[in-house]
Design a protein around this ligand. Structure first.
Ligand code: ATP
Length: 314
């Protein structure tokens, strides 16, 4: 099965700046794919290049197994929610969606039911006749999300989709995105790593225009071979843990301890032994979870190397 989106060695320069510096990406069909990186890493540029809004200097791009973006091959099959989308202020919500639906090539007969479904999806049914200028920032963002999903494109690129949504609406949109797994490939760029962890099955870390790592979320957060303990009171009994669980590695970050275990262990066996030791040594446990978390893995990968030390004085 071909990927929904594939970049190989893509370079994009703005003057002397290499915004994309040989970027590789493989977005599997039907996946929810998180794009993570610092400000200026090249995420927005990559999305714009994928959909033909910017031209790459070098490299190859394949969209839905049909080569780089071309209006003939891809019209109606891909969509983008830009980071700072804006709509004409006088246009009314339903009228605007009809307009974008026609641009997506949707048949006129299918427009009304699709728009009804999407307005319900993003909770804007009662604002269908409102002009855009009368919507709040979060409502405009929800309208933009509805627009990106019009016509059920095979690949949807969402740049910071949940920005500005209140917690209830963000949860609703997260659920709706999850429902599309397996039906559409959805690429989400976001700095909210807990949102990405709740949504994505694949993640790529991008820094300085290059992919630093791409894998399934389960592998990135090491679900099959590590457990995270959030500790309450007490001090981690490292000597005893090392003596009784010799093949387990312990990393402590504040009150969070990540135990990595080899394939000869199971999470269950580790928990049985570790919890007994914690209880016997008076260490309080607030929470236990399989795997690490996306934020810690990202911080580890993107950590700057320590500054060079000056040579010791002779
Ligand atoms: P953020 O997380 O802040 O949205 P990003 O990962 O989306 O960042 P881009 O917007 O793709 O990053 O920018 C990548 C690099 O390209 C940055 O150094 C940025 O300053 C530069 N850049 C982006 N657009 C232009 C432009 N039109 N002209 C010149 N440089 C640009």
């Amino acid at each position: 099965m071909s990927n929904a989106l594939q970049f190989h060695g893509v370079v994009k320069c703005y003057g002397r700046l290499r915004a994309l510096d040989g970027l590789d990406l493989e977005v599997p069909q039907g996946s929810i794919f998180g794009l993570v990186g610092s400000n200026g890493a090249g995420k927005t540029t990559a999305m714009a290049i994928a959909l033909g809004l910017l031209r790459a200097g070098e490299g190859t791009i394949d969209l839905l197994g049909d080569g780089p973006f071309s209006p003939e091959r891809h019209a109606g099959r891909v969509a983008l929610l830009p980071q700072d989308s804006s709509f004409p202020p006088h246009a009314r919500v339903e009228e605007l969606l009809r307009f974008y639906g026609r641009i997506q090539g949707m048949p006129v007969a299918g427009l009304a039911p699709a728009i009804d479904e999407l307005l319900e999806w993003v909770h804007l049914q009662d604002r269908r006749r409102s002009p855009v200028r009368s919507l709040s920032h979060g409502m405009k963002r929800r309208l933009a999300i509805a627009q990106a999903f019009l016509g059920r494109p095979e690949l949807v690129l969402l740049d910071e989709p949940l920005n500005g949504l209140d917690p209830k609406e963000a949860a609703r949109v997260r659920d709706l995105i999850r429902e599309r797994r397996g039906h559409q490939a959805i690429v989400i760029s976001s700095h909210q790593l807990t949102d990405l962890e709740a949504l994505c099955d694949h993640v790529a870390f991008v820094e300085k225009g290059k992919r630093v790592r791409q894998d399934t979320l389960d592998k990135i957060v090491r679900r099959s071979h590590c457990v995270t303990y959030h500790l309450g009171s007490g001090t981690l009994p490292l000597a005893r843990l090392a003596a009784e669980l010799p093949d387990v590695t312990w990393e402590q970050h504040g009150n969070r301890v990540v135990a990595s275990f080899p394939s000869t262990y199971t999470a269950e066996a580790l928990n049985t032994a570790a919890l007994r030791i914690f209880l016997e040594t008076g260490v309080g446990i607030l929470e236990i979870r399989r795997g690490s978390d996306l934020e810690s893995e990202y911080m580890k990968l993107s950590a700057e190397p320590p500054p060079l030390q000056p040579p010791p004085a002779a």
